[in-house]
Design a protein around this ligand. Structure first.
Ligand code: PAF
Length: 286
């Protein structure tokens, strides 16, 4: 496994791979890798000849009150995990390498970037779209791999690719959960043992909604009220938002008559976690 820290080195190495006719898979990450990230690496290894993993804690996608400074940085462990998995190339640049002095170009998006995370974290998707576009233009991947846990991010990236005519296929990989249902997240490291137990409510609320929909409930307001009641009754957790929306546009739904996504964000202590599930009434399933 090769590890590069400069754009020039990375470009030169990948040009050689492309010259040999190898397809390139990109797994963009901010490090602090867990099995969720590694499942994206596995998917790329299955589908592409050469897998590139980027590790970069992107400052422009964090708000001023967010956890950029304390975001876990575990490069040595990440490199060991990636080597064990069989990744071919790692790109771990410095902030100065990715944002040179005088950098003023950003990607602004409307539509799917506006609700939910976009509303709660102003500027977040501007930062995500900007760094993802920069990584796409550096790596020129055939395919890029994103996790369903950041469902809205995957829609933002798909929109970016469509709007800017980028020649890359976006692959969405399933959420990886611990045995008790907690969605894997680098931010789970912030949780105390008690908070980790409290955090299970996100998955439990999603399971509740899925089973209510399977049982015939269609009214989104009813379902959202039930989620709110579950959170209101639980100590240590505070619901930030719950949404049942169209899975392509994220427009809120009144009734579930076809595919839908239920997305949640909640604070567990001071840690903000997100989770989601795709929903479909039985007759809408293929
Ligand atoms: O999902 C993430 O880890 C980040 O948002 C990404 C896509 C690597 C961009 O910094």
């Amino acid at each position: 496994m090769e590890c590069y820290t400069t754009c020039d080195e990375l470009r030169a190495a990948l040009a050689q791979q492309r010259a040999r006719g190898r397809t390139i898979g990109l797994v963009p990450t901010m490090g602090a890798l867990h099995e969720g990230h590694l499942s994206l690496v596995d998917a790329s290894l299955r589908e592409c000849d050469h897998t590139v993993v980027t590790i970069f804690v992107n400052p422009t996608q964090f708000g001023p009150q967010e956890d950029y400074g304390r975001y876990p940085r575990t490069l040595e462990e990440d490199l060991a995990a990636l080597a064990a998995r069989g990744a071919h190339t790692v790109f771990a640049p410095s902030t100065e390498e990715m944002y040179r002095p005088g950098h003023v170009t950003f990607v602004e998006m409307q539509g799917v970037a506006l609700p939910l995370e976009g509303q709660r974290r102003p500027g977040h998707f501007r930062g995500v779209a900007t760094i993802v576009l920069k990584l796409f233009t550096l790596v020129l991947p055939d395919r890029a791999y994103f996790g369903q846990k950041d469902y809205q991010q995957s829609l933002v990236v798909r929109r970016l690719v469509a709007d800017l005519n980028l020649d890359v296929q976006i692959r969405l990989c399933p959420i990886v959960r611990d045995a008790d249902g907690l969605a894997l997240s680098s931010r789970n490291r912030y949780l105390s043992p008690q908070e980790r137990r409290q955090a299970l409510l996100l998955h439990q609320a999603l399971q509740h909604v899925a089973s209510r929909v399977a049982g015939g409930e269609r009214n989104c307001q009813t379902l959202l009220s039930e989620i709110e009641a579950l959170f209101a009754a639980a100590p240590g957790v505070r619901l930030d938002y719950a949404s049942i929306a169209d899975p392509e546009t994220l427009a809120p739904l009144e009734r579930i008559e076809g595919p839908a996504v239920c997305a949640l964000a909640a604070f567990v202590g001071t840690t903000r976690l997100i989770d989601n599930t795709l929903l479909a009434p039985p007759q809408a399933r293929a």
